[in-house]
Design a protein around this ligand. Sequence first.
Ligand SMILES: NC(=O)C1=CN([C@@H]2O[C@H](COP(=O)(O)OP(=O)(O)OC[C@H]3O[C@@H](n4cnc5c(N)ncnc54)[C@H](O)[C@@H]3O)[C@@H](O)[C@H]2O)[C@@H](O)CC1
Ligand SMILES: Nc1ncnc2c1ncn2[C@@H]1O[C@H](COP(=O)(O)OP(=O)(O)O)[C@@H](O)[C@H]1O
Length: 276
Amino acid sequence: MTGDTLPDWRDSLPWPAADTHKHARGRLGVVSGKATQTGAARLAARGGLRIGAGLVRILCPPDAAAVVAPTIEAIMLTPFGSDEALAEAAAEMDAVVIGPAAGVNEVTQANIRALAGTGAVLVVDADGLTAFEGWPADLFELLDRDDVLTPHEGEFKRLFPGLLDQGREAAAAEAARRADAVMVLKGPATVIAAPDGRLAINDNGTPWLATAGSGDVLAGMIGGLVAQRMDSFDAARAAVWMHAEAARGFGPGLIAEDLPERLPAVLAALFAQSSH
Ligand SMILES: NC(=O)C1=CN([C@@H]2O[C@H](COP(=O)(O)OP(=O)(O)OC[C@H]3O[C@@H](n4cnc5c(N)ncnc54)[C@H](O)[C@@H]3O)[C@@H](O)[C@H]2O)[C@@H](O)CC1
Ligand SMILES: Nc1ncnc2c1ncn2[C@@H]1O[C@H](COP(=O)(O)OP(=O)(O)O)[C@@H](O)[C@H]1O
């Protein structure tokens, strides 16, 4: 494990209680893109399942169902044909990830609007952020304080033009304040900022993570922890750290698919040190 000190979020990690069951442990929804763009949601779903959500369901447009179904086993699938149907399917979820390969368009905007009306905590990533380029306030007004945004610098600039000139830490803090949500500004030293002023810089980043789809897995991991009712700021910090730890453990040749499969080793080390 990297670093001299143990991470201070480890005592709030959600280990399963003796009397739990899959629904009580946390239910995560992941919204998929269209039939030709389902891989990103599958990566996120697997990250969410591996990090301990009791039940993970991919919510996909009807045309994508025949593509996704043969590729999943423990992960479940519900097709939706409208934003109203998406909200209905998400009503039983504790958290929903939307954005990975969702499409930069009005459908994604409408889907986020519909999800904001459910009780689920939202993790908005990738196209879910880019879809609001030019209209960031339209996204921010939909968010609750425990929702999480996960931009890389390109996506961050689309929502907050010029803000990065202040430096990454100040920019992330101001962005969290403006969005009134938790901000995860990704990069070699990912900055996590909460709207109440809490701020953390991740210290175990690794360039092995610079590979397509690794951000999708991270969004699913954050979703998997918040589905288990971990505080969103702590969940983001924990997921970012575990994501990098998984990548370090794998090293050369890492692709995004490897990250969820390395998580059990990372979790086992944390579990062994916990006061469960
Ligand atoms: N297997 C899959 O299905 C994958 C799907 N993905 C999805 O594909 C969609 C499009 O991804 P793209 O990578 O084309 O879109 P991006 O918005 O990531 O990239 C478009 C442009 O943004 C800029 N940019 C990207 N990363 C940056 C960074 N870290 N710092 C600064 N600028 C940056 C670059 O100019 C880049 O050409 C997203 O929804 C994404 O979630 C990707 O995550 C890759 C894997
Ligand atoms: N050089 C790097 N050092 C450390 N972490 C990196 C580096 N490059 C990328 N990452 C991490 O990899 C992930 C990439 O996410 P993202 O850009 O959204 O990719 P994708 O859209 O392909 O999933 C983020 O968690 C980011 O912090």
